[in-house]
Structure formats: structure tokens, C-alpha cells
Design a protein around this ligand. Structure first.
Ligand code: KG4
Ligand code: ZN
Length: 409
């Protein structure tokens, strides 16, 4: 099955082309084209993602990225896509708030024919609603022009699927040892445990009560003068502190007080990160102008505190919900220290559970994972939509049908 995948839930605009094969558990994917544009630098000036800017950037970049992906795959067809009057009226209405996207798309259709694809997978939630709408409407527009069905994908299912594929010579195969599977989403928007009986059958069994883990990284980064997105910057500083400490280059004077490990010992699977962020705020205020080694020490203590919380909660989650597979997904899983802490935990505890980690390039937002999840949605027989069916973007979409909104547990 040839899938065109579109991701616009936050500040990454991404289009990927995949060829998917097989039935579960023997599913494999070949990525034929992959085009991704990160808007992070543009949002850095605002200190975080600015929804209207994200929406504008998605509108401006989707057609060039589609073109790049189709060209890379050699699926691009030099021809024209005829647009009937009825289709044009539909497109005009659909993309009413996206005139630049409408113009770029009709321009593209003048020189490109319909590629040979079987379905369009698109993220319809959760995420920033204005950003999601651009991707959803773009998918519907392409579906109308090329007469292909749409598979709506939950972004968080994409993150989980990204954790269980193993790449070898360009072929990604699903390597999950099976169900029940426990997932831990660690992203910019979410921090939650998801218990899965099967693909598509999810229950959220723990979640953050306030900030997400990614937000904590980004907010603490700001306090330390690291531009958005702060996760990678904190990670680098913390690694420097650890290696300097190991080689005794850091003097004792740099040691800083311990930060709290919020809810690490609480008898539940919930998280809380806002107190940790506030503790960093007070610490930074008390320390005054930070020296470079102090900045690095604060970053390391913060990352260690977060790692301690993730490990403590994972231990508790695996006792409460013994699972065959433990998957992690979301941008923060790109963090080397947190990956290492989880790997160490699984080595020490010798669980009967296999830990799977997403490849670093599939950890942060991308369209490949959306195409993969779209194929699983198709395999489980969920009906695809036609361009004329209603498809709404939902900022608060949950993987758990009993939680229509991402309300706190
Ligand atoms: O999954 P993602 O790309 O977008 C959402 O779905 O939210 O996650 C983005 C988050 C940001 O908060 C970013 O700072 C964080 O992932 N992140 C990291 C690292 N790389 C990205 N956090 C810690 N360490 C990293 N290396
Ligand atoms: Zn994400």
C-alpha cells in the first residue's frame, strides 16, 4: 500500500511517502520520500511555539514539501491535475483561511498529475488546533483532487509505532514482542502512560497533572538562557557538566542544592512538572548571575531529577501493569540521558518486558510515524474517509476513547 503521510500538529511540517506491506505482526515499511521542515528557529524569538506562526508556516511549506517528497520517491508525475468547477468551489471553501496554500496547490496541479498513491494518512490530533487544521484540510484537498481515501491518525499512536520499528537497509519492520504493551509518551504536549491491549485499544493509566515533560525542559531552558526548543540544549549542557565532573574539572563550589523529584514516590502513575520548574526558577534567582559551570550544573541537576521521576514512575507502572513490551515515544525520548536511564533500569531489574526505543530521528515529530500508524489503522479495518466526509482537527484528541478530552486523571 502506498501512503502519503502529513504531519502538522506542532512546529514541524512534514510529508512522507511510504510503501507498507504485510499484516501484523509481520509488517514492514519502506520510506520512499521524506521531507521535513522544522520551524523551531522561527518560534525561538517567541520563546515557544506561537500557534498563528505555526499555521502560516505550515500553509507556506506543505506544497514545497509534498513536491520534494514526491520527487525524492520518483512518484512525481509530469502532467496536470484537472480541477473541475465543483472541485474548485470545494477547495476554495476548504482553504478559505489558507489563500497561500490554495494558490500553491492549484499552481502545483497545473504542472503535476495525480501520483499513484492508495491513501493519505494525516494527523488530526492532538496538538495545536490551528496547526492541525492546516494539515487536515490539505489532506482533504489532495484527496478531492486525486480521488484517494484519507486515514485520520492520532499523533500519539504515531509516536508509539515509531518505537517498535527497526530499520535495516532502508526497511522498517515492526519488532514489538507483543501485547499487553505499556507506552510512555514523553513529548512537548503530553506525559502519559498508555496501556494497550492491542494496536488501537488504548487506556490512559497515568498522566501529568500540569506541565508536560517537554514543557518543563523548554521552560527551564528559558531560565538558563537556552533558546527554544530547550530540550537538546539542556541535554548538551548537562552532559558537559557530567563529563567535567567525572574528570574533576568542576570544583566543589559549583555543586548546587538538590531539586525536588515531584510525585516520584506518590502511589499513582501521574506526573507533575510545574513544581520542578518553579524550583529551578527560585534556584536561579537565588544564585544570581550564573557562571557557565553553574548553568551546566543546574541543567544536569534538572535532567537528573526528571530522569529519577521517569524511572520511579516506570518501575511503579510495570508493577501495576505487567506488559510484554514497554514503548516510549515523543520528542523527549530523543534525550540521551533519559534513554540511558531507562535502558539501565531494564538491565538492572531484568523485567520480563522488552524496552523498545524510537530511533532518534523518529523520536521528534515526523510524518514517517504518521504513515506507519496510518497503515495500522487501515489494517485494523477502521473505515477510511472520503474527501467529502467531515474530518475535524482536535487539539485534545486522546488515544483513550473514555477520555474524549485530555482531562487530567
Ligand atoms: O514530540 P515532539 O517533537 O512534539 C510534540 O508532539 O509535542 O516533542 C517536542 C519536545 C520539546 O519540548 C523539546 O524540547 C523536546 O521534545 N525535546 C527534547 C530533546 N529533543 C526534543 N527534550 C529533551 N532532550 C532532548 N534531546
Ligand atoms: Zn509529537
Amino acid at each position: 500500500m502506498k501512503i502519503l503521510a502529513i504531519e502538522t500538529s506542532c512546529d514541524e511540517t512534514a510529508v512522507a511517502l511510504l510503501e507498507a506491506e504485510g499484516t501484523l505482526p509481520a509488517v514492514s515499511f519502506q520510506v520512499r520520500g521524506n521531507a521535513l521542515y522544522s520551524q523551531a528557529e522561527k518560534h525561538a524569538a517567541y520563546g515557544g511555539v506561537y500557534p498563528n506562526l505555526a499555521k502560516r508556516e505550515h500553509s507556506a511549506n506543505l506544497v514545497p514539501l509534498l513536491d520534494a517528497a514526491l520527487t525524492e520517491a520518483r512518484w512525481s508525475v509530469a502532467d496536470t491535475t484537472p480541477i473541475t468547477e465543483t472541485q474548485y468551489t470545494f477547495l476554495e471553501e476548504l482553504l478559505m483561511r489558507e489563500p497561500a496554500l490554495l494558490a500553491a496547490l492549484t499552481g502545483y496541479c497545473a504542472t503535476h498529475g495525480a501520483p499513484d498513491i492508495d491513501a493519505i494518512a494525516v494527523t488530526h490530533g492532538p496538538g495545536l488546533e490551528p496547526a492541525l487544521w492546516v494539515g487536515v484540510n490539505f489532506a482533504r484537498a489532495l484527496a478531492a483532487l486525486w480521488d484517494v481515501p484519507i486515514i485520520p491518525v492520532n499523533h500519539l499512536e504515531g509516536h508509539m509505532v515509531a518505537s517498535v520499528v527497526h530499520e535495516e537497509e532502508g526497511v522498517y519492520s515492526v519488532v514489538s514482542p507483543g501485547f499487553p504493551m505499556l507506552g510512555l509518551i514523553l513529548s512537548g504536549g503530553h506525559t502519559e502512560f498508555v496501556l494497550a491491549k492491542d494496536w488501537g485499544s488504548y487506556q490512559v493509566v497515568g498522566a501529568t497533572r500540569d506541565d508536560s515533560i517537554g514543557e518543563a525542559f523548554d521552560k527551564v531552558a528559558r531560565l538558563l538562557g537556552i533558546p527554544y526548543p530547550g530540550g537538546p540544549g539542556i541535554s548538551k549542557l548537562a552532559a558537559k557538566h557530567r563529563s567535567d565532573s567525572a574528570t574533576n574539572m568542576v570544583q566543589r563550589a559549583v555543586s548546587i542544592p538538590e531539586l525536588p523529584r515531584p510525585m516520584a514516590t506518590a502511589d499513582n502513575l501521574d506526573f507533575s512538572f510545574s513544581g520542578l520548574k518553579t524550583a529551578v526558577l527560585y534556584l536561579v534567582r537565588d544564585l544570581g548571575e550564573l557562571t557557565e559551570p553553574q548553568r551546566a550544573a543546574v541543567a544536569a541537576e534538572f535532567e537528573t531529577a526528571v530522569g529519577d521521576v521517569v524511572v520511579a514512575k516506570t518501575k511503579r507502572a510495570l508493577v501495576t501493569h505487567p506488559a510484554h513490551t514497554f514503548v516510549i515515544g515523543g520528542g523527549v525520548t530523543a534525550n540521551r540521558y533519559i534513554r540511558k536511564r531507562l535502558q539501565e533500569l531494564f538491565e538492572i531489574e531484568r523485567y520480563d518486558t522488552t524496552l523498545t526505543l524510537p530511533a532518534p530521528d523518529l523520536s521528534t515529530d515526523n510524518a514517517i510515524m504518521i504513515g506507519m500508524a496510518g497503515y495500522l489503522v487501515h489494517l485494523r479495518g477502521e473505515p477510511a474517509l472520503s474527501w467529502s466526509d467531515e474530518l475535524r482537527a482536535s487539539g485534545t484528541l486522546s488515544v483513550d476513547p473514555n477520555r474524549t478530552r485530555n482531562e487530567r486523571l
